[in-house]
Design a protein. Structure first.
Lengths: 95, 489
């Protein structure tokens, strides 16, 4: 499948990435090369086979829903690029 | 022999006989790091000073006659994508350059419970995406056997540090070969455990259905010992398996008589270096001489598996790396006018090129219109890969293949060609896709004295068989006695 420049930019937007003008051709070529290679999955003899989503078959693993308090708020907030009054700070979202 | 050349079980022997003390061990490593780290550049954080202090405290307990565990005071190196409380965990990314984890990964809790000491955090490809450690945002780690060659990746810092005697052993993580391939390139032992055997809690997620933490060690016995420490069910990782605890050191037995080994011919064909092939053929012969039954078989999935791997791994990565948005932790751009720009610019400036490439590929294969052609198909191929392995294991106890098609390549030769770099994983990815265990052990060197790795792949939870077979081979060829890294410039 051939990927167009517009498609690449659309995908980048979905992934919340900005591509610089000078990077676009490189990413486009890389993506095309990798997809050309990845196309081989369409030749695999998989008729009648189901899909496998995980490496083991566990599903719906339950445990008791118990509150465990994490005391060290300071260590969480110390990783935040910006914080104020024990909260993460973000730019204004409501105009 | 220098202290840093000893395996951990050899250190334990000497400690028991009171021939050495714990502070002598940490001091020896501090000195070795001081001498060799400038050449190898395996560490992102060095904690040698702190390690010395801790070892002195533990030694005081020993001197007072207090009971301590058999691994107390033994140092270890940790790949920098495993969360360590109070110590930076960067994933070798500008995105997490200043990230200090507020908690320990489950494997770190287990290591600390044994009284082991963290000697430092080790370099890797950014977010574990790569096969050479060249994609680290901070530095290029060098292969101790030839400083112009890569150590492999993504756990290149861990493998290089073990090979260069900068740490006695290390933890790595393996999503498509990231423990086994660098172990092969650096002439050490690397085990990727069965999916679910080791808790992933606190391992920064790359591809959650493939990732697994495992040991990188100087020899097979150390590998079994470290595996003993890190395995076990964990409520915090719902994919971890609830199984009875096994003592893997019991598998350290010199005997492969009667074991049935399958040799998948597809792993010895086109694209496999001649000298690698020759070394593997010799290894096969050794197993025969040791009393194992060897038979050629077919496992025609390598190419499908590699394509499937990149589809699944990138799809999962594109989702897992969505959390890096510059709000709660990680890099935040100074250039934004609104929230949307903050997200986009932080991600675009914080991630390196390979990470962005994989996020884009992953987003593409999951996007509407391409989901069926790529992602869905890849999940079906995953079923095929599992089925092919299951059939093979009805006849064989384990399969034997090269770990990588080549020995360590020169720095800079593949970093600009992503697809070629991906091909470095061709022998290892199918193991992750099927959730199987795989071990890489050195089986010889090529004409330039670069180590060659052999991979043994077994059915789920067959770690004991793999360790026993690897140990028996290791005792026979005595790789460590014959070859040492020379730090060639």
């Amino acid at each position: 499948m051939k990927v167009s420049r517009e498609e690449l930019l659309h995908i980048a937007k979905l992934a919340d990435l900005d591509l610089k003008e000078e990077e676009i051709d490189t990413y486009l070529n890389n993506l095309q090369d990798i997809l050309n290679f990845a196309n081989i999955v369409n030749e695999a003899p998989v008729q009648g086979l189901g899909e496998t989503f995980g490496a083991n078959d566990n599903c719906n693993v339950f445990r008791k829903d118990e509150v465990k308090v994490f005391e060290d708020n300071a260590s969480l907030l110390s990783n935040a690029p910006e914080s104020e009054r024990n909260m993460f700070k973000i730019p204004k979202v409501i105009q | 022999m220098e202290i840093t050349e000893l395996t951990v079980h050899e250190l334990q022997d000497k400690l028991k006989k009171k021939e050495i003390t714990l502070p002598e061990i940490t001091k020896a490593y501090a000195k070795r790091i001081e001498e060799k780290e400038k050449d190898v550049q395996a560490f992102l954080t060095i904690l040698a000073e702190d390690a010395e202090k801790q070892s002195t405290e533990i030694q005081q307990k020993v001197d007072k006659g207090e009971e301590i565990g058999s691994l107390a005071g033994i140092p270890i190196g940790i790949k920098d994508n495993i969360c360590t409380k109070g110590i930076k965990t960067t994933c070798a990314s500008k995105m997490l350059e200043n990230f200090v984890s507020p908690y320990d990964a489950t494997v770190m809790e287990k290591i600390k419970a044994e009284g082991m000491i963290t000697l430092g955090k080790l370099n890797m490809d950014e977010f574990a995406m790569g096969a050479s450690t060249e994609y680290s945002a901070f530095q290029k780690t060098r292969n101790p056997w030839n400083l112009n060659a890569v150590p492999g990746g993504s756990s290149g810092g861990s493998a290089a540090a073990v090979a260069a005697d900068l740490v006695p052993w290390a933890l790595g993580s393996d999503t498509g070969g990231s423990i086994r391939q660098p172990a092969s390139f650096c002439g050490v032992v690397g085990l990727k455990p069965t999916y679910g055997l080791v808790s992933r809690y606190g391992l920064v997620a790359f591809a959650s259905s493939l990732d697994q933490i495992g040991p990188i060690t100087k020899d097979v016995e150390d590998c079994a010992m470290l595996l003993n420490v890190i395995t076990g069910h964990d409520e915090k990782d719902t994919t971890s398996e609830n199984r009875e605890k096994v003592d893997y050191t019991k598998a350290i037995r010199n005997d492969v008589k009667g074991m049935r080994i399958g040799i998948p011919k597809e792993y010895f064909g086109e694209g496999i270096d001649k000298e690698v092939k020759e070394a593997l053929e010799k290894a096969i012969q050794t197993y025969q001489e040791l009393g194992a039954t060897v038979e050629e078989c077919s496992l025609d999935i390598a190419n499908y598996a590699l394509a499937t791997y990149y589809i699944i791994a990138c799809a999962e990565a594109s989702s897992n790396l969505g959390r890096f948005d510059g709000i709660r932790y990680g890099y935040r751009t100074p250039n934004y006018n609104n929230l949307k720009e903050l997200y986009r610019h932080s991600r675009s400036e914080g991630f390196g090129a390979e990470v962005k490439r994989r996020i884009i590929l992953g987003t593409y294969v999951l996007s509407s219109g391409y989901y069926d052609a790529y992602y869905k198909k890849a999940q079906q191929v995953r079923t095929l890969v599992k089925k092919e392995f299951e059939e093979a294991f009805q006849k064989y106890d384990f399969l034997l293949t090269p770990t990588a098609p080549n020995v360590a390549f020169e720095i800079g030769t593949k970093s600009n060609n992503p697809l070629e770099m991906y091909l470095a994983d061709i022998c290892t990815v199918s193991v992750n896709i099927a959730g199987l265990p795989g071990i890489s052990i050195p089986c010889g060197v090529n004409s330039k004295q670069m180590p060659i790795g052999m991979q043994l792949i077994g059915p789920k939870f067959s770690e004991e068989t793999l360790l026993q077979a690897a140990y028996t081979f290791e005792q026979k060829i005595e790789f460590r006695k014959k070859y040492r890294p020379e730090f060639k410039k």
